[in-house]
Every structure is written in structure tokens, then in C-alpha cells.
Design a protein around this ligand. Sequence first.
Ligand code: MSP
Length: 521
Amino acid sequence: MYFLTTAIDYTNGAPHIGHAYEKVLADVIARYRRLRGEEVYFLTGVDQHGQKVQQTAEKEGIHPATFAKKKTKLFLNLWKKLGVHYDGWAETTDDRHKACVQAILSDLKERGDLYKKAYQGHYSVRQEQFLTDRDRNEAGEFGAEWGEVVEIEEENWYFRLSAHAAWLKDYVSSHPDFVIPGFRRNELLGALANSADLDLCISRPKERLRWGIEFPFDPDFVTYVWFDALINYISFAGYLAADNAGLPDFAGIWNTGRPVHVIGKDILVPAHGVYWPSMLHAIGFPDERLPQILVHGWWNMKGEKMSKSLGNVVDPDELADKFGVDALRYYLVRDIVTGKDADFDLDRLVMLYNQELANELGNLCNRALNMTARYSAGVVTTGAATNADDHALRDSLKAVLGEYRAALDAFDVAEALKAINRHVTVCNAYAERNKPWELAKDPAHKPRLDSVLAHLVESLAHCAVLLSPVLPDPAQRIAAQLRMDNLLDLKLDDLQWGLVPDGHETGKPKPVFPKIVTEEA
Ligand code: MSP
């Protein structure tokens, strides 16, 4: 089983482009693994607790539960619109999740991994965390990134993170593939080398924060939002769940492969790189059962972080309406290297869609289907007069298949798309060279015409399958026009020359990628 999760999105605001990117990226990976023939379970969801949700709800004068539900709907609707197809949905207010978090708290207490102590010091309201002198900037102050910082004195529950620090350093150093890509792992190693090995405060007194999961053995406290949220990866995978809870069988999901968590770079240190492996280790997960963390970069705006205060946030819902879901999905994974940051640029969204899909692939669709309809009554004839040019085209496809697989195995979606595009360009150049429209003028050239058309149709069928993890709907539309309705049931290993049988009748071509015309054009 390939168990894939994403970060669960905070419901203190509406979904933005970063959320959409992460979910589409994970959706593409899930679809690709299925194409490889693997069984996949894709879990995503929303993080509904915490101070930010409570505060924003209070401002609106509604209960945090009502507020979180309302925001959750926006995420659910967007994933539906964008074709993000998940198998499990994690909402942290779900009773099954609460029960799991509480059972883990009790377990950790019994193991001696929790203790209660009084603390006096600084607290960042925005980041919902206690600050130490290490968090001060060079001027000795708590910088703007911490928002409002207040002094508080209170008793809280602590998780003995320090007791697992030596194990963690050893684990991360000896497991090079725990965090990918490698340069993100180096960031974690750097942070671990400089860490002060402090324990983690995992409670908030109810008088300050109501909106969280209650401690089962101390009901005046609720859990820290991160402690609650991280557990979603196992609670919704069925960890400690009753048989009738409607959740997957935990062992079947977690223990049969390597779970992969897809997250953004901002939540690697400390949440996913320090807290989470330490929590799993503390509750008895052996090293070989720890997940792999795939860290993606951020979509920025002209080099700057997108933020409400800068007014440079783009709304994925509006973009999908304006440019279409296909263009948005394509751009989100085409113009960024997994792991690195990229600048979100609408001109490039339009340019890449128009150039690579509407023009190049659109051209191949049109040539393959239109000319087969026009010159051969829609009938594909294979095995006719092939020549060296045909073999070069087959070689191109073979090479592209290898490059595509290698890229997606390494989570590099942009490289995989570039590989498809290379073959599409090769096909269009092949059509230009072989000029089926000229061959069609002389019946003596019919065998050659048949071969050229068959090579274009066969290539198109392959491209539809390869494109399907990123653009499932257009791939299906191409399959329908090819009159190969079961084309997308094929697995990657089935992709060998000869998908389109001799005598196959293709359907009528209809534009699959209508060109985006911008107002300025
Ligand atoms: N709720 C926590 C995650 C808990 S996971 C156990 C959280 N939520 S978030 O809504 O702030 O972010 C959700 C995901 O979106 C994170 O992985 C984050 O990195 C990602 N992104 C948020 N803004 C982003 C961009 N501008 N670009 C790309 N991804 C970004 O953190």
C-alpha cells in the first residue's frame, strides 16, 4: 500500500494557492502511483483547532465549531473543483481523532513521557508558542514574525522531547531518505545540530484556549494545536481505532510500505522533522516504521511571500473559474521544481498552457485524429511502410517513457511534463517532415500515409496515459476521441508500442485544450 498524506490546512482562513499546490501535487503523486499499479490511500484534510480559529471565530461572533465548519466547506469545494481525489478526509474535530489523541496522551503519560510544570515567560500569540531567548533577533527583541508577544505565567503539560533528542539526531543522520529532497534534509540536520534539546509544551489552559482536545487526565487543559494535528496521520489511518470506526486497517496502511507525508518547507523544522518522529518513537514506532517527509517549496509573488497584509494573495478558486481547472493544475506542477520555491506568474500560466497544451499537444491531437478521419475514414492501419523516421519516433517515445518514470519516481512532476512535451514536439516535427496532407494526394503513397498516421495516433494514446496523473479529464477526453475508453485503465508497464490495434476506428476530434485568450491579447 502506498500511503500518502498532505499537511492538513488551517481553517482560520480561505484556501490559497499554496494549499492548492500541495493538494494537486499529492493528487498527481497518488494518481501516478496507481498508474504504476500500486494500491494507494491518499489522506488529506483540515486542521480545525487552535487559537487562531478561536480568535477569528470570536471576531465574527460565532462558535469556533461553526466557523471551522464554514471554512472546511471552502476546502472541500475547492478540492472537488480541482479534481483532487482523496480516499480519506481528516477533520481534527472528528470524535475518532479526539479519542486517538487522548489515548496517545494517556499512553505517553504512562510511559513517563509527560510531566506538568509551571513556566513564566514570553508567548507568541500568532505562532501559539512559548519563546525563549534563542528566538530573539540580533537586537535582542522578538521580531515581527512572532506578532504580539505577551508575558505569561502558567502551569502546563510537557512532552519529554529532550529524552528522544539523541535518538533523533542519530536517526536523521543514519536515514538519508527520511527527508527529501536532500537539501531540505540538510536544513533539518543543521537545526538539530544547533538545538537546545528543550521539552515541548503540549497543553494550553482552558481559561486561555477552549478550542482544542481536552487532556483525558486533566480536563482543565487542551492539547497544543500541533500535537493534535500531527496525530491526524495515524488517527485517520486507523491507529487505535475501534473495528467499527469506519477507518482503514492501520497495519494494512502504515506497515506495508513507507508512508509519505507531503508538506511545505515552513513546517519541516520543528513540527515534522523534530516533534513528529519523536512522538512516534515515544509511542513505540520502530525506526523502520517512520514515514518519509517530502518537502515542497513555496509559491511566492515577485520574490515575496504571499500574505494578506501585502495584498498579493491569489485565490485558486477564482483562477480555476477564469483560466480553467486544467490550466491551473498544469501550471501548479509545471512551473516549480519540487522542493524549491517559484514565483507565481499569471502570464506564464497562460503562456505554458497555450504553448505546451493548446498549441503543441492540441496540434498533435488535431493532426492524429483529423487527418485519420479525413484521409482514412478514421481507420488506423498499422504495420504499413515504416521507415527510419518512424523508428526514430518510436525511440523518442521509449526514451521519454524512461525519463517520465524516473522523474515521477523522484517526485519531479515538472521534469515528467517536460519529457511528455519533448515527445509531442518530436511528433509534430515528424508530421511536418512527412507531410501526410501531401501523401494523401497520391494513392500510391497510401501505405506511407497509413504508417505516418498510425504513428501519430499511437503516440497520442501514449501521451494521454502519461498526462493522466496531472490532467485526468483531458486525458479521458483524448481517450474518448480515440475511441479507446479503457485506455486509462492501462498501467505504466503496459505502455508498449501497439496500444492502437490494426483496423481500429478513431472518433471525431474536438479541441481538448481551447486556447486561453487574455484581455490584453
Ligand atoms: N495546519 C498546519 C499543518 C498541520 S500538518 C499536521 C499548517 N497549515 S497551513 O494551512 O498553514 O499550511 C498548510 C500547507 O500549505 C503547509 O504544508 C504549507 O507549507 C503549505 N503552504 C502554505 N502557503 C504556501 C505557499 N505560498 N506555497 C506553497 N505551499 C504553502 O501549516
